[in-house]
Ligand binder design. Structure first.
Ligand SMILES: [Zn+2]
Ligand SMILES: [Zn+2]
Length: 119
């Protein structure tokens, strides 16, 4: 039996993998909508224009709920924390790393990414 953590919904989009999207900015990256959006955030949006982000692991999102969940669901965040502890550095509480910008750029379909028509 598979045990799934009900608080971890970062992979909830797995159901809709038939529709593909492409990054307009570089024209190269293709994939599921959420992956393309994550790509745009990571490579094409400066950190001070991302709505919510984690200053520890560089996780970026426009949903506050995802930001607070990523500390438990994003292994990179845990890895960085654990490495700090190994090096003898006491990490701050997770909340201390969660940041938000007052001015931010939303990643939009048609502006940053587009649906790929597969015929
Ligand atoms: Zn791109
Ligand atoms: Zn993080």
């Amino acid at each position: 039996m598979e045990i799934t953590n009900p608080t971890c919904t970062l992979t909830e989009e797995k159901m809709r993998r038939d529709v593909s999207y492409r990054c307009i900015i570089c024209g190269k990256y293709e994939g599921q909508k959420t992956h393309v959006m994550a790509h745009v955030y990571k490579y094409h949006i400066p950190l001070d224009s991302v709505r919510f982000y984690c200053s520890l692991c560089d996780f970026r999102t426009e949903q506050k709920g995802k930001l607070s969940k990523h500390v438990k669901c994003y292994s990179r965040h845990e890895d960085i924390r654990n490495n700090m502890i190994k090096r003898g550095i006491e990490p701050k509480p997770d909340n201390a790393y969660l940041k938000k910008n007052k001015k931010f750029t939303l990643v939009l379909e048609g502006k940053h990414f587009e649906k790929i028509d597969k015929e």
